[in-house]
Ligand binder design. Structure first.
Ligand code: HAM
Length: 431
C-alpha cells in the first residue's frame, strides 16, 4: 500500500464527526457561521472577503517588523515569476484596510465591515493554538469617538450571550494613548527596565530593544515583580486620551458591561493606539484570549489612505468554539428531516421524484443510495438521525401509496396516499 500523506502540523480538518483531539465538527462550525452572519447584520456591518495571500510588505508595514507575528511566524515565499515577496495573511485587519484604500471605500463614507476566514501563523501548535486558525473580525473605519469603542465591545458581549459563554469570559481594557504619549512612556519604561536588564530573560532582553511594552506581557513568573513595579502607561496619558478612555468606560458602565482595567494590556501588534481590549477565559489553559482588538487611528494613513480613525477586533473561532462546545449552547441541525428508501422495480425512480418534491416543499431529504434490503436501509436511516423515514416500495406503489415512519416521536408507521405525502410530512414536522 502507498504511504499515507498527513495534514500539515497545526492545520486541522473539519469533519462531519468529532475527532479525538479536535472536537469541532463542520456542522457545529456552520451553525456558528450562521449565528455570526445574523449577528453582524443586526448591527449593520457588511461583509468583506479579501485574498489569503498578500504582499509581505503589507504586513511588515502595518503589524510591525519587530512583532512576533511578522518577525517569526509568517509563511512567506517568493512568487516564482518575479521577486515579489508574498505571505499567507496572519490576520485580517491589514488586508481589510488594504482593500478599503485600494477601492476607495472610505470616500465620504465611513465603513462598518466584518470578515471571517483562515489566518496563518507558524506558532508551536497546542490546544487552542494552530498554524491555520480562523477569525471573525469587525472593523469600524472612519469613526473617532468613544461611542464606537463601546458599540463594538457591546457587540462582542452580545455574541457571547447568544453563544451561552458570557459567564466564562472577562473583558480586560486599557488605553495606549496617542503616539506622543506612548513615546514618552516607552522612554520611561526602557529607563526602568534597563536597571533590571541582568535579571531579564532572553526574550525580554530582546523585546527591551525592539518592543519594550511587550516585556510587560511576559508569562515568566520570575519577572512579575519587576513588571508590577514598572511605570504605568495610564499615568502618561494627556487630557484628550484620558477623556476618550473615561467616556468609553462610562458607556460600558451604562451598558452594564463589566470590565477589568489591565494597565499591562498592550496587544501583540504594533498598530494600536488609545482603547485596547481583550476577552479572556480561564477555561482554555494557556490560550486564554478568545478575542482582542482596539483602535488603530493611524493605520489607514500609513497604508496610503486619507486619515480615518478606526477600531476593530477579531475572535479566534477555534478557541471560541472549544469554549462553546464545552460550556455554551449552539443549536446544530445537521440531521435530515427525512431518510428516503426504496425497494423493488421502478421504486428507485419514484423515490427520487418524491424526494425532489419534498425538497421543493422545504424539507431536507437524505436519499438512500444503492439497492440494499429494507432492513439494511432502515439501519442507515436510524444512523442518519433523520426524524422521519419514507419507504417507497414496489407493491404499495401499484396502489399509489407510500409508507412513512416517525423515527423519534410517537406517530408510528402509517401508509398514506402518495398525493398526501408532502402534507403529512409537513404536518409531522411542524408539530
Ligand atoms: P490577535 O490578538 O492577533 O488580533 O488575534 C485575535 C484572536 O485570534 C486571538 O485573540 C485568538 O483568539 C485568535 N488567534 C490568534 N492566533 C491564533 C492561533 N495561532 N491559533 C488559534 N487562534 C489564534 C488580531 O489578529 C487583530 N487583527 C484583531 C483586530 C481587528 N484588531 C483590530 N481589528
Amino acid at each position: 500500500m502507498a504511504q499515507k500523506i498527513q495534514s500539515v502540523k497545526g492545520m486541522n480538518d473539519l469533519l462531519p464527526v468529532e475527532q479525538k483531539d479536535f472536537k469541532l465538527t463542520a456542522a457545529f462550525w456552520q451553525a456558528f457561521e450562521d449565528t455570526v452572519s445574523q449577528w453582524a447584520r443586526a448591527y449593520g456591518y457588511q461583509q468583506i472577503r479579501t485574498p489569503i495571500v498578500e504582499q509581505t510588505g503589507l504586513f511588515v508595514r502595518s503589524i510591525g517588523e519587530e512583532t512576533d507575528v511578522v518577525g517569526k511566524e509568517m509563511y512567506t515565499f517568493s512568487d516564482s515569476n518575479d521577486s515579489l515577496s508574498l505571505s499567507l495573511r496572519p490576520e485580517g485587519t491589514a488586508s481589510c484596510l488594504r482593500a478599503v484604500v485600494e477601492h476607495n471605500l472610505l470616500y465620504n463614507n465611513p465603513q462598518k465591515l466584518w470578515y471571517m476566514g483562515p489566518m496563518f501563523r507558524r506558532e508551536r501548535p497546542q490546544k487552542g493554538r494552530y498554524r491555520q486558525f480562523h477569525q471573525v473580525g469587525i472593523e469600524a473605519l472612519g469613526f473617532a469617538g468613544p461611542d464606537i469603542d463601546a458599540e463594538i465591545t457591546a457587540m462582542s458581549a452580545d455574541l457571547w450571550n447568544k453563544l451561552g459563554i458570557r459567564d466564562y469570559l472577562t473583558l480586560e481594557i486599557n488605553s495606549l494613548g496617542n503616539r506622543k504619549e506612548r513615546a514618552a512612556y516607552r522612554a520611561a519604561l526602557v529607563a526602568y527596565l534597563t536597571e533590571y536588564e541582568d535579571q531579564l530573560d532572553e526574550d525580554s532582553k530582546r523585546r527591551l530593544k525592539s518592543n519594550p511594552l511587550r516585556v510587560l506581557d511576559t508569562k515568566n513568573p520570575g519577572l512579575q515583580e519587576i513588571c508590577n513595579a514598572a511605570p504605568c502607561l495610564i499615568d502618561y496619558l494627556g487630557e484628550e486620551s484620558l477623556a476618550h478612555y473615561n467616556r468609553f468606560k462610562a458607556l460600558l458602565d451604562g451598558l452594564q458591561i463589566e470590565y477589568v482595567e489591565n494597565p499591562r494590556l498592550v496587544r501583540g501588534l504594533d498598530y494600536y493606539n488609545q482603547t485596547v481590549f481583550e476577552w479572556t477565559t480561564e477555561k482554555l489553559g494557556a490560550q486564554a484570549t478568545v478575542c482582542g482588538g482596539g483602535r488603530y487611528d493611524g493605520l489607514i494613513e500609513e497604508l496610503g489612505g486619507k486619515p480615518a480613525a478606526s477600531i476593530g477586533f477579531a475572535m479566534g473561532i477555534e478557541r471560541l468554539l472549544l469554549l462553546v462546545h464545552e460550556y455554551g449552547s449552539l443549536k446544530v441541525n445537521a440531521a435530515p428531516d427525512v431518510y428516503a428508501m426504496h425497494q423493488g422495480e421502478g421504486a428507485d425512480l419514484k423515490v427520487m421524484q418524491y424526494a425532489q418534491a419534498l425538497r421543493a416543499a422545504g424539507l431536507n431529504v437524505l436519499q438512500h443510495s444503492g439497492y440494499q434490503k429494507l432492513n439494511a436501509q432502515m439501519k442507515k436511516a436510524d444512523a442518519s438521525g433523520a426524524r422521519f423515514a419514507l419507504i417507497v416500495a414496489q407493491d404499495e406503489l401499484a396502489e399509489g401509496k407510500v409508507t412513512l415512519k416517525d423515527m423519534q416521536g410517537e406517530k408510528g408507521q402509517i401508509t398514506v396516499a402518495a398525493a398526501d405525502l408532502i402534507n403529512t410530512l409537513q404536518q409531522w414536522k411542524n408539530v
